[in-house]
Design a protein around this ligand. Structure first.
Ligand code: BGC
Length: 450
């Protein structure tokens, strides 16, 4: 590979702005710890940015859960209906159907969105002859929700490009039940609402008994962890609960919304934020997750192209359009074997730029690596914060999301950063959690139905 530092000093200088030193990483851990404590504490919770919602999930799976459950998974561009059969302590069978959530549905009226969800559920249940069985259902709804019970969650804010009207401040379980009732052709028993991180933790805990954190790095980013119930002050029974633990949904995507991450943000981060549908919100998420990584890369490339510093003599309309550099392109480019530029050239071709200039493509790769490395470092800070908070010395972390799943080095980058911060003091395993939104929802529904 050519040396971009020499060949592309301007590009290199931009990339340097995204580098987070060890000292800054430690500072981020300290700041996040403070925000999490504010979220957990009754007095400070109302003004906390990292809300740390109690999930009402107080038990991890035992492996004894059995039976058929329905799961709904809403949290990104796809919506899924799943039938999950918990067969024994090792086997879980899942059948499901995926439906696209159009932009109209994401941004239109809330009742239309919930009517659509109910219609998909009805279609699926009819196909599987479940429409009258009142099957217990777990609703994975991956947006910040304030819960007052296992089957009650009020949407606090939309994230990840959603803005359907009339849903914020409503109990989404009621919206779902109402939509099912309006149809009149279906009987299901909605027993739980959960976040995808909670599902991920539960699903991972089914196979790894010492799983204590669930993390998502996909379209959005967030994590949940096992807290001592006595520390969960926003839970009414925190002092006298018979159950010692509670899963906390951190909603860490909002970390930084009060400015505490400004010391590491770049002008590109500010631009991404300004052009988003939720400016000044989800600041940590905007530095980490798949909805924004590609856009950060695009902004850097466009600046370099404007200055005639890369892809000289070439221009394209496509690359100028916001959102056109998909985060999956980063994954593809970084999947090129050393010395090969096959994927990189293909990606640029799709964006209207035909080139075999290896130096340019090396530079492009450097920009991609910069953005993914920073994402992984920040996610590592989050995980280390939770590990220190729990004060455990040995644990498994269940992870899911398209970035973690498909990026060729993300797992390694995360591991390296965590090792640097933890300096051997903790034994941890990062495990890909299989289908948390489906398996996790079923496991929680099983615990509730018990
Ligand atoms: C949402 C979280 C969710 C995460 C990952 C964020 O935008 O606020 O609730 O867990 O995305 O899907």
């Amino acid at each position: 590979m050519s040396d971009p530092k020499k060949q592309y000093p301007e590009a290199y200088a931009i990339c340097e702005k995204f580098i987070i030193s060890k000292q800054n990483m430690q500072e981020i851990v300290t700041r996040l710890t403070k925000e999490i404590n504010m979220g957990l504490t009754r007095d400070t919770h109302p003004r906390a940015t990292v809300k740390c919602f109690v999930t009402y999930v107080q038990e991890l799976p035992t492996g004894k859960e059995r039976g058929n459950y329905l799961a709904l998974d809403l949290g990104g561009t796809n919506f899924r209906v799943l039938l999950v059969n918990l067969i024994n302590d090792k086997e879980i069978d899942i059948t499901g159907k995926t439906y696209a959530i159009s932009r109209e549905l994401q941004e239109g009226s809330g009742s239309k969105l919930f009517d659509f969800i109910a219609s998909c559920l009805a279609e699926f249940c009819k196909e599987h002859k479940l429409e009258r069985l009142n099957t217990p259902l777990g609703f994975t709804f991956s947006f910040p929700c304030k819960q007052v019970g296992i089957d009650s969650g009020t949407l606090v804010a939309w994230t990840k490009g959603f803005k359907a009207e009339g849903v914020i401040n409503k109990n989404v379980v009621e919206l779902l039940r109402d939509a099912v009732k309006r149809r009149g052709d279906l009987k299901v028993n909605v027993v739980a609402i959960l976040n995808d991180t909670t599902g991920t933790l539960m699903s991972c805990a089914f196979n790894h008994r010492n799983c204590k954190i669930g993390m998502i790095v996909g379209t959005g980013s967030n994590a949940c962890y096992v807290e001592k119930t006595v520390n969960c002050e926003t839970f009414d029974e925190y002092r006298n609960s018979t159950k010692p633990n509670m899963i906390i949904n951190c909603e860490w995507g909002a970390f930084g919304d009060n400015g505490v991450l400004d010391f590491i943000r770049t002008s590109y981060d500010h631009q991404v934020d300004k052009n988003s549908i939720n400016p000044k919100k989800q600041i940590f998420e905007k530095c980490i997750s798949g909805m924004y990584m590609g856009e950060l890369v695009r902004l850097v490339i466009v600046e370099l192209m404007d200055k005639q510093l890369i892809f000289k003599g070439q221009s394209s309309q496509k690359i100028l359009v916001k959102g056109n550099f998909d985060t999956s392109f980063i994954t593809e480019i970084e999947s090129d074997q050393p010395g090969s530029h096959r994927n990189a050239a293909m990606v640029m071709d799709r964006l209207g730029i035909r080139t075999n200039n290896e130096k340019d493509l090396d530079c492009l790769r450097l920009i991609c690596e910069t953005i993914s490395t920073r994402s992984a470092k920040l996610a590592a800070c989050g995980l280390v914060c939770l590990i220190n908070k729990m004060n455990v010395k040995d644990l498994t972390i269940g992870i899911d999301g398209s970035v973690y799943r498909y990026h060729p080095n993300y797992h390694t980058l995360l591991t390296e950063s965590m090792n640097m911060l933890l300096a051997g003091s903790v034994k941890f395993e990062l495990a890909l959690s299989e289908d948390g939104s489906g398996r996790g929802a079923a496991l929680i529904a099983a615990v509730c139905a018990k």
